[in-house]
Structures are given as structure tokens and as C-alpha cells.
Design a protein around this ligand. Sequence first.
Ligand code: PBG
Length: 337
Amino acid sequence: MENKTHLVDEITGHRRMRRNRKADWTRRLVQENRLTVDDLIWPIFIIPGTGILEPIPAMPGVNRMTVDKAVEAAKEAADLGIPALATFPNIEMELRDETGSNSLEKNNLINLASAAIKKAVPNIGVITDVALDPFTSHGHDGILRGNEIVNDETVEQVARAAVYQADAGADIIAPSEMMDGRIGAIRQALDAAGHQSVGIMSYATKFSSGFYGPYREAISTGGLLKGDKKTYYIDPANGTEAVRDAALDVEEGADMLMVKPGLPYLDICWRLKEAFGLPTFAYQVSGEYAMIKAAAANGWIDGDKVMMETLLAFKRAGCDGILTYFAVEVARQLAKK
Ligand code: PBG
């Protein structure tokens, strides 16, 4: 009989990849990427009132919470070592209008949340979005005039809103509405108001995606949205265009870049990191979270394993961190190790 070992040695030239995989200790020794609590940004949903935690059906394990509860959540996150929160408001329908004017209220829900969190937990970072969708009656990220989401007027408004957000204590402004020129306008407005140290994390490459469904339920914009967001978000087919869009944000002064959604766009994470070298983040969005939770609930996948694997994939793709609804769950698991 043919000596099989000999044959494989001939084929591999004695190079055997499995030597480094043979034991837990070798695997740990050669591991290239690691997920730590420092990689996590926790997105949370804020509702008016006090003392309420409200489950979001399409996002099992995620609650909308009142500001007081968000402060408790921020304490918990800080104790676990999570560096930052990203906050999103679900405001009363009566406050939503055509132009999203509530975004310019100094004491709107998102700003009250920032102020309360920063007062109680000064050492956790607060990242706020300036897109108008939580504030508009039509669910779009910008001002709707006729059939058009108007760019320049929206940019003016989000830049003003960014200043109020910084006044309230936001540490990083994260504009997600994909209007042209927004990063430069926000930078100018922040600087003019004395907020030189407030950073900008650009949702540089935000794709027109089907993965945002559960988020729209979470902030009650799903039923409102007329049409789609294709005139301002990027076509999922386009990678080079995404890099160009990010390049403009870098020129205009973005401190950090974000790719959204996350897992279907790992190639973009890699390309942005390679091209610009800025701190680069992925947003593992609501639909990604919901898919993992749903499959796990059905017993079709091991939810914990897949959660960790997806987050590690972002690290391998060059990301410096991940916005994820799993943040607290992951932080707890990492703490146990
Ligand atoms: C809109 C916004 C979206 C998300 C956060 N801010 C997308 C949208 O509704 O179009 C999605 C986040 C998620 O799905 O987790 N500015």
C-alpha cells in the first residue's frame, strides 16, 4: 500500500498548517485578532418619561429606555469597561414634523439624555447622531421639499443641531444622514461654538440597506417612511463610490469613519482602513442583530458563538471598534474569561 504520510509530505513539502492549530495554547499563541471590551460602542434607544424599559419585539433583548434608565445603563456599561454609548431618540409623534424642527430644541430628548448621562457617568463617551429621521413626520433623514430631500438646507440644520448636541455634552457627533458637505459644515459650526474638542465620527459609508428594519421599529419611523433613501444612501453595489464618499469626509475633517451596515460590508471596512488609516468603525445594525437572535432562538445556530465570531470578523477586516447591540452581552462574557 502507498504510504499516505509520505504522499502528503511530498505535496505539502513538510509544511503543515495544522501544527499551529494542534492545541488550545498554540491557537492562543498565534491568534492574530482579539476582541476586547475597548472595541465596543453600545447603541441605545431613549423614550420620554421615567422608569420605563420597553422591549423592542424585532430586537430580542434590546429595550427602549427612559433617560433615568439610560443613566443606569450607562453606569452598567462604564462598570463593564465599555468606552462609549450611541444614543437614538424615539420621540412623541406630535413632536415630529416636515422639517424635523425638534432636532433644534435645546432640551429635546436626545440632549436631555446626553446631559443626564454625562453628569452621572462622566467617563463614558456619548456619541449622538444628527440625522433628522427621529424628528421628521416622513421618516427621512433630511428636510423634504416636494419629492426631494434637500441637501444644503438639511446640512445647515444638522450643523446647528450638532452644536446643541455638543452643548448638552455629546463627545462625538456622528452624522448619518449622508448629505454632501455635512462634515465640513458640522466642523465649522462646532469650532465656531467653541467645541474644538468634540469629534466627528462620520457615517461615511452608509448603504441603502434592508438591514435597518428593526431600528425603524425601535424609533417608530418604519410606518412613516415615504419611499426610500436611495437618493442619499449609497447603492449596495458600489464599493469604489463608497471610498470616494469617505475621502470627502476625511478631507472635510472627519476624525473617525464608520461603515454601516457591518458584516455585509467588510470589504468596505478593509478598503477604508487601508486608504485613510483613520480610526474605522463598523455598525453591526439592527437587522444583523435580529438575524442572529432569531436563528439562535430557533436553535439553528449557537447565538453566543456567532455573536463573537461576527465581532471578531470586524477586527480582522481592520476595524478599530464596533457599534453593536450585543455590547453589554459581549462585555459580560469577556469579563468572565
Ligand atoms: C438613520 C439611521 C438608521 C440607523 C441609525 N440611524 C438607518 C435608517 O433608519 O435608515 C440604523 C441602525 C440600525 O439598523 O441598527 N439616520
